[in-house]
Design a protein around this ligand. Structure first.
Ligand SMILES: *[C@@H]1O[C@H](CO)[C@@H](O)[C@H](O)[C@H]1NC(C)=O
Ligand SMILES: *[C@@H]1O[C@H](CO)[C@@H](O)[C@H](O)[C@H]1NC(C)=O
Ligand SMILES: *[C@@H]1O[C@H](CO)[C@@H](O)[C@H](O)[C@H]1NC(C)=O
Length: 332
């Protein structure tokens, strides 16, 4: 008897708990909409806090923990690849070293590969020891003392700009690229950058995004509060997965970032820097920088610069076909 009563009490309690969770979930969903339609002002009035940090701490004298100061001594690479990835992700770095990031593929023009990392937020000590060993073996890791997190991505890009400005200022071009990409360095060099031409300056190109603005919903992953960026639109910018700049831009961006407010969206922030510098991004042929995924096709991939969403395993699978048969021609 008492056991039965206990059972029913349990049932009622569970049902109530379930209903509460359901209601709360709907409330948060409703709140998102209110936030969206009021452009965040109601939340600001009620002083609701966000679960996201407002802005990465900057400028701050971040110091290099791992550096490659001699990478460009006695040689001026034509192109520097700044590859953004997470500090613990040695696996992806190894695959990039053997595929599109292999410097030996482009000995005639000079390509230098640098991986940009911060300090691991988990297993800090052991990750750091492994990184130091990896850096001794490959001499291609650059790290500063900020936490390697999504909301600190802007710090990672700015570290790349600082590194280029300080340690490789005589290169010609820089490409910042994420580590989940397919990249055709050959096509980038021969069809877009063209070593036989004088190197450009004030040049910044990629997949241009225009007429967008900050998210004002506090629960959004991309939330940017008005206190950090008051305008409702962003200046045109190049989509974050991969963009290309002339080497002079690295110093200009690094310098302007010291005096304006840094926001966590690194690609929009690059657009804000360009706007402040009064240097708009340059358009490139539409097929070159692809913001969406395209399935692998050797001939198509030989005539574009990059494709988004290629995980290391897939990259490893397609690379022998792509690179091994690069001279075998494609029927039009
Ligand atoms: C960004 O890095 C700084 C410096 O390490 C750290 O204080 C801050 O918590 C990081 N921000 C996030 C959101 O991880
Ligand atoms: C870059 O070029 C300038 C002028 O030619 C030279 O003084 C400087 O040492 C070079 N820097 C590097 C890092 O090679
Ligand atoms: C933001 O808006 C103000 C006022 O309209 C304008 O002066 C400023 O240039 C804008 N900034 C950006 C980055 O668009």
């Amino acid at each position: 008897m008492s056991r039965q009563r206990h059972f029913w009490r349990c049932c009622k309690f569970s049902a109530l708990a379930l209903i509460s969770v359901f209601c709360l979930w709907h409330l948060s969903w409703l709140w998102d909409y209110v936030e969206y339609w009021t452009d965040g002002s109601l939340g600001a009035m009620l002083n609701v806090t966000t679960r996201h940090p407002l802005a990465p701490p900057y400028p701050h004298p971040y110091k290099f923990l791992i550096n490659q100061p001699e990478k460009c001594q006695n040689r001026n690479p034509f192109l520097i690849l700044l590859v953004a990835g997470q500090s613990h992700d040695t696996h992806t770095r190894n695959i990039i070293r053997e595929t599109w990031g292999n410097e030996r593929n482009h000995l005639d023009v000079g390509v230098t590969r640098i991986f940009l990392v911060g300090v691991s937020p988990v297993a800090r000590e052991s990750t750091q020891r492994l990184l130091e060993v990896e850096s001794m073996v490959f001499a291609d890791i650059v790290q500063q003392d900020f936490l390697d997190t999504y909301y600190n991505l802007t710090l990672k890009t700015l570290m790349g700009m600082e590194w280029v400005a300080k340690f490789c200022p005589n290169a010609s071009y820089v490409m910042k690229i994420d580590n989940d990409m397919f990249l055709n360095v050959d096509y980038l060099i021969r069809s877009l950058l063209r070593p036989e031409m004088p190197a450009r300056s004030d040049y910044f190109t990629g997949y241009i995004v225009a007429n967008t603005g900050p998210y004002r919903r506090r629960s959004s992953k991309w939330y940017v509060p008005k206190e950090i960026y008051p305008n409702s639109t962003y200046p045109p910018y190049c989509a974050g997965p991969g963009y290309v700049l002339s080497v002079d831009m690295a110093r200009k961006i690094y310098e302007v970032a010291q005096v304006i407010r840094v926001i966590p969206m690194e690609d929009s922030f690059m657009g804000i820097c360009l706007y402040e510098l009064k240097i708009p991004p340059t358009r490139s042929p539409a097929n070159m920088f692809n913001g969406h995924r395209i399935n692998y096709d050797r001939c198509a991939f030989h005539n574009l610069v990059m494709v988004h969403h290629y995980e290391p395993e897939e990259l490893w699978t397609i690379w022998p076909d792509f690179w091994g048969k690069k001279n075998s021609g494609c029927r039009k």
